[in-house]
Design a protein around this ligand. Sequence first.
Ligand SMILES: Nc1nc2c(ncn2[C@@H]2O[C@H](COP(=O)(O)OP(=O)(O)OP(=O)(O)O)[C@@H](O)[C@H]2O)c(=O)[nH]1
Ligand SMILES: [Mg+2]
Length: 343
Amino acid sequence: MKFLDLAKVYLRSGSGGNGCISFRREKYIEFGGPDGGDGGGGGDVWAETVDGLNTLIDFRYQQHFFADNGRPGMGRQRTGKDGDDIVLRVPVGTEILDEDEETVIADMTELGQRVLLCKGGNGGWGNLHFKTSTNQAPRRANPGQPGVERTVWLRLKLIADVGLLGLPNAGKSTFLAATSNARPKIADYPFTTLHPNLGVVGVDGKEFVVADIPGLIEGAHEGRGLGDLFLGHVERCAVLLHLVDGSSGTLLEDYDTIINEIEQYGAGLDDKPRVTVLNKIDTMDDEERAFLREELEARSGGKVLLMSGASGEGTTEVLRALRAFIDEKRLREAPEDDSEWRP
Ligand SMILES: Nc1nc2c(ncn2[C@@H]2O[C@H](COP(=O)(O)OP(=O)(O)OP(=O)(O)O)[C@@H](O)[C@H]2O)c(=O)[nH]1
Ligand SMILES: [Mg+2]
């Protein structure tokens, strides 16, 4: 089971522009000297860590990054325009690997870190450069150097911000599918190997990662050993989202089952902030909603949100509640040196 986000990208820096062959032409000057300018440099391809990203999902939509070519030099000593650089914006924590998927080219651990992946080709010299004492009218200029092509992998260890809890059939997958529709489930990446019950959801322009973790609780329950990787992820969750199926007819028992499992599991899971949701409210009328909510609030000792993953009702409020806990945790953990802060 891997919580890794992977993306393969194709990069190419720009070629340099050709140098120019040209001679001065002015009134009263019969044989003007060479005045051909140099070609512009080709654009580079860089990677840079930026704020506000915590997945590689953008690279699902764009995999080719080609920087612009430099423009050729021109007469009257004019240098060609440089090609624009192109910058891959990646989250902090991204590793960049060579095509072999083993050689690490760069480990992007700090905010604002920049690494050059493909250098643009140099522009060629114009004939101005080739003037010598013996040759005052060189008919020679250099071509621009070609750009560099390269394929690299981006690899990011995903941090699950939210752990999704609930009995089988509570509606976890439905919730993930409904809330991650604008940003598709990570499992749908054509180029990743991920646990399927993991999704990226977005609310108010920020995204976070929700991981379905009941498998892990069942595992603990049966006394099976669990990988450190997995535990690490749960420990780093900012908040747990507990979905309780309001249509099961066994609301409080269902709730207790999960709470017992959390307590047995240990690893600080029961100290995590929790958002409790009464799900499948599309099956109930207002009276039933109010009644079940009251029951659940009394049992959980906290606020209960109402939601239907199927109809979408209440999902935004749930996402916002999760978001608030995530923001709070990130603020709390922000070091004095804010370079590691990851929104
Ligand atoms: N009426 C209604 N049905 C829902 C809702 N959410 C899920 N369901 C149904 O409940 C059943 C289980 O939904 P899933 O999303 O697969 O539940 P799950 O929690 O992922 O289940 P497991 O993967 O088995 O743990 C499906 O038949 C869904 O169509 C809801 O909000 N309203
Ligand atoms: Mg499911």
